[in-house]
Design a protein around this ligand. Structure first.
Ligand code: AQP
Length: 329
């Protein structure tokens, strides 16, 4: 039997090349090696206020984009998190075995809560819900970007604690990071992770940006005052551009070094822009075709929920029995 892979993405903002290189590209690449489930995690999205109409549209847009990047619904289940109620049900059971101190230590929680006057409980519980997403399907492999590694460690800690309190129930999930592109930085500020929720015209490249916009953003990307690429020790902005190029074109380190050492930044930027435009153009074409097929995305999402429902119910049933909660049998 194939091992199970699971990962998720929030339907917030516009998916960008950081999401693609850090996670989505791996999702498409490894899907046939595993029994694959990919989730649009709308329950995670509402840990920050979302305009309801916009959220509803974003779910469908994101599903269209996941199909466009190559998720094959004949093989992988594409699921909206809120359409499978067991995600929330298991999250509650896991909440009850998770010490608050573990959650307060999460760096993403600390960063986000510092930026807010009033902190919603959902923000603190976010990683427990993520653990539930993973453990619900007994996933063995979770392909994510580097920013999620701490949350994955926590998911393993929660699974271990549950297993030791109530008996072996959950598979221990392993983190799968891409070798290049696990952390793409903002073009405007290479010290900060590229993120959907960060505003700024030149921060992120959306997967739907037209070629002229992509080129403009990359030509404006922050670099430094060196005359050309110092390959062994580049500044953060140049390193980020090199990473973007290498992740899209899949060149070896040696080839990158031979090609880029000493190159002027203007030429580097042109080549990075070409790499991004070449990779995104066919994805964008597929996306627009998919969006025009009336009813297709809804059908894929319905089918996804139907396929994973029995797995989710089986795990919740096992976890309930293990905890001594009421079950009909
Ligand atoms: N910059 C990134 N580089 C590499 N991987 C990344 N991921 C996110 N940003 C990068 C990975 O993409 C997957 C989906 O993550 P997400 O939906 O949380 O995306 P986001 O851009 O991080 O979204 P937000 O809404 O802006 O969230 P915050 O505010 O948390 O940054 C994950 O596998 C993630 O690792």
């Amino acid at each position: 039997m194939k091992k199970r892979v699971l990962s998720g993405i929030q339907p917030t903002g516009s998916p960008h090349i950081g999401n693609y290189l850090g996670a989505l590209k791996s999702w498409a690449r490894i899907q046939y090696d595993y029994d694959s489930i990919y989730c649009i995690v709308d329950l995670h999205a509402i840990t920050a206020y979302q305009d309801p109409l916009e959220l509803r549209n974003k779910i469908e847009e994101l599903a269209g984009m996941l199909l466009a990047i190559g998720i094959d619904p004949a093989h992988s289940a594409l699921v909206v998190q809120s359409s499978v109620p067991e995600h929330a049900e298991l999250a509650w059971m896991l909440t009850c075995v998770t010490p608050v101190g573990w959650l307060e230590r999460m760096t993403q929680y600390k960063a986000k809560s510092e930026a807010q006057e009033s902190i919603g409980d959902g923000l603190l519980q976010y990683p427990v819900l993520m653990a539930a997403d993973i453990l619900l399907y007994q996933a063995a492999i979770v392909p994510v970007g580097e920013d999620q590694t701490q949350h994955l460690e926590l998911a393993r800690d929660i699974a271990q604690r549950f297993n030791s309190l109530y008996g072996e129930t959950f598979v221990m999930p392993a983190t799968h990071l891409p070798t290049v592109g696990a952390r793409i930085m903002g073009l405007d500020d290479p010290e900060k992770k590229m993120s959907k929720s960060t505003s700024g015209a030149a921060h992120a490249i959306s997967l739907l940006d037209p070629p002229n916009v992509i080129r403009k953003k990359i030509m404006r990307a922050t670099t430094d005052s060196e005359p050309g690429v110092n390959f062994e020790n580049p500044g953060a902005g140049v390193r980020n551009l090199l990473t973007i190029f290498q992740a899209f074109n899949e060149w070896s380190d040696d080839r990158m070094k031979d090609h880029f050492t000493g190159m002027r930044y203007g030429d580097l930027k042109k080549q990075v822009a070409d790499a991004v435009v070449n990779a995104l153009t066919p994805i964008q074409q597929r996306y627009h075709e998919i969006r025009q097929e009336a009813g297709y995305i809804e059908r894929v999402l319905e089918e996804g929920a139907k396929r994973v429902g029995p797995l989710a119910r089986a795990t919740v049933h096992t976890a309930k029995k293990a905890m001594g909660l009421f079950t009909a049998d």
